[in-house]
Design a protein around this ligand. Structure first.
Ligand code: HGY
Ligand code: MN
Ligand code: MN
Length: 424
């Protein structure tokens, strides 16, 4: 039994799923002494996997770790040769994040299997619950690493990564008994999985604003992420006159404001964010010789995203030239817009109505592993109301009653899939 992680036998499935996310929100399941950060392959990640493995086994699943160090629980169906339904989300978090972004979808998958197991039910296909290890890209500089490995869309050179402390992905994998040379073996054979279902908090205000507990997602916005390095000349803050400066921080600041200005001017669903910025050498009396920052650009329309990205990169170049600075831009990841499967959306709508809830479809501005899994199989994404739409923030909150509604919808969705696939 894992200390500090309640199994909550008496709780209803939705409430227990929330309670388990809460239990994983503090050490040893967080790498922060207070607040939540769980990076891929960190000690907190391994501790959380151990707790989750116990809950999966308790729900009647066989549990394994795949070649990408994802945790996978399998609940066999009546036909061992039939393709499986994957239910999942991610176990990693952003730094100082919320407790439900990712884990809630995993815990609800465990609860769905636990309900079938408690009823002695088997479906015509297996259910696999997968806890992806790296969706956020919060430790290594690449997001969706582990779902890309499972979907078979990861290039070998993408594994040549090191985290902010210089720890190589290969070494972090080896600490857990995994060999980076076999990482790509995590890829699922095409046809071995017939669908992917992810339940996730909305991370936006729409469901709450309309008084809805859940919604059917129609698709996920395209996103591009860049790493920008600005180089100037470090100098003495007291003796270098303003016209002679090549100040990397001042240049980066003008660039950051240009990113915001261009995105605002588009007056559409386009969003652009500078989430991380650093300067060097970082002394109060030294003019910065270098600065670096990230840019995250998204839109439901990939062409709109690409147009804005082109305008932003041209503006960065112009600012650098005007200030005599160097400016290197690296595309860190490029994820196309990902529509959810129309048939699965219809099944989700029917399951929502079957659970006595109003049906509402909405698009996702946030990225999810589902956008990567779409390369492997049809995907379905169920959104769950979260308070104030707040996420990537310790104030992230979900009502256990809404989680219970989501669980009922998932069970209704799985039952309808069972009927639709009985004659496959
Ligand atoms: O960035 C996102 O939208 C997700 O939280 N990874
Ligand atoms: Mn997420
Ligand atoms: Mn997130």
């Amino acid at each position: 039994m894992v200390s500090g992680a309640p199994v909550g036998g008496a709780l209803a499935g939705g409430a227990r799923a929330v309670a388990r996310c809460d239990a994983l929100g503090a050490p040893p399941f967080s790498d922060l002494p207070d607040g939540l950060y769980r990076g891929y392959l960190t000690p907190a990640y391994r501790a959380a996997q151990d707790a989750l493995a116990g809950w999966m086994a308790e729900a009647g699943m066989d549990v394994r770790r795949d070649a990408a160090a994802n945790l996978v629980g399998r609940y066999d169906g009546t036909d061992p040769a039939a393709p499986a339904l994957l239910i999942g989300s991610h176990l990693d978090s952003v730094r100082d994040g919320g407790r439900y972004d990712g884990p809630l979808g995993i815990m609800l998958g465990v609860e769905a299997v636990a309900a079938l197991h408690a009823g002695g039910r088997r479906l015509p296909f297996a259910l696999e619950v997968i806890a992806f290890g790296d969706e956020e890209g919060s430790r290594f500089p690449a997001a969706m690493l582990t779902s890309r490995a499972v979907a078979g869309t990861l290039a070998p050179e993408a594994l040549e990564l090191a985290d902010g402390e210089g720890a190589a992905l290969a070494d972090a994998l080896a600490e857990g008994g995994r060999d980076v040379a076999t990482y790509l073996a995590a890829a699922r054979a095409p046809g071995s999985v017939f669908g992917y279902l992810e339940a996730h908090i909305e991370q936006g205000p729409l469901l709450e604003a309309e008084g809805l507990a859940v919604g059917t997602v129609t698709g996920i916005a395209a996103q591009a992420r860049y790493q920008v390095a600005v180089t100037g000349v470090a100098g003495q803050a007291g003796t270098t006159s303003m016209p002679l400066r090549r100040d990397a921080v001042a240049g980066a600041a003008e660039m950051v404001l240009a990113v915001e200005r261009i995105a605002r001017a588009d007056a559409s669903d386009l969003v652009a964010t500078v989430g991380r910025i650093a300067a060097g050498p970082g002394a109060a009396n030294v003019i910065a010789g270098e600065a670096s920052f990230t840019i995250d650009i998204r839109s439901g329309d990939a062409a709109r995203r690409d147009r804005a990205a082109g305008e932003i990169l041209r503006e960065l170049d112009w600012i650098a030239q005007a200030r005599g600075l160097g400016c290197a831009v690296e595309l860190v990841h490029d994820l196309p817009a990902s529509p959810c499967d129309p048939e699965l959306m219809d099944l989700m709508d029917a399951a929502i109505a079957g659970a006595g809830q109003p049906v509402r479809r909405l698009v996702s501005g946030a990225g999810h592993d589902a956008m990567v899994m779409a390369a492997l199989c049809p995907t379905a994404l169920l959104f769950i109301r979260c308070r104030g739409g707040v996420s990537h923030n310790p104030a992230e909150h979900v009502d256990p009653a809404d989680a219970e509604v989501a669980l009922q919808v998932m069970l209704g969705f799985i039952d309808r899939l069972g009927v639709s696939r009985r004659d496959v």
